[in-house]
Design a protein around this ligand. Sequence first.
Ligand SMILES: N[C@@H](CCC(=O)N[C@@H](CS)C(=O)NCC(=O)O)C(=O)O
Length: 222
Amino acid sequence: MLLLQFSTSHYCRKARLGLGYKQIKYKIENLTPGLHIFRVKPLTGLKTLPVLLPEIEGERNAIADSTEIFKFLETYQTEPCLFLPDHEQQTEAWMLEDWLDESIGTATRFVYYQFRAGEGKQIDPSLLSQTVISVVRQQYGINQASVELAQKRLAIAFDELSIRWRKRDYLVGDRLSVADLTAAALLSPLSLIPHYRQEYPWLFERIIQVHQLCYEPLPPGL
Ligand SMILES: N[C@@H](CCC(=O)N[C@@H](CS)C(=O)NCC(=O)O)C(=O)O
């Protein structure tokens, strides 16, 4: 299998957590933002990464979107199981996964790139890095006003996740699910931001645990 990714993308990290949890062997092709479209669009019709190429006869050529990659991995190799056996619990896990994917992963991106352009500039002050950050900020409309809204969305996420993760080992049910993997990946960029590290130490403990269960190197900052 081949994973097309941006090396620093938290959505690509999410796909790697799924592959790692199942201990599936795979190769990685790192793409350059912007130029990636020429590789990805003909394969999937979309322009986002991650994309998984199963390279298996009789299988789809390319699977776009981290959620679809999870579904594919579960059918490709059932053990260890990523889906919960109880239908109601799995439905709840999908609901959390979708909310984290559509709302919280985006909010993290806004807060992270705002930090990297200001207070966190010294992490990589090179012209190349600051140019990439500036392009991303323009592409997604990241500015003070949109970041403030993103921060409010994150505050709701911390409330919801704290109710679940601080009471039990897993967000839903009694084993790792798509919800845990998604939260761990999509909130991981906050590991570099001192404010979040100080306010929510339990969150980063969980992010570390999920990465260990998935045999994935820890995100920068942890
Ligand atoms: N819902 C998608 C989101 C993926 C996504 O937003 N990927 C970003 C990188 S973090 C991307 O490819 N952006 C490039 C673009 O939109 O051109 C998924 O889960 O795969």
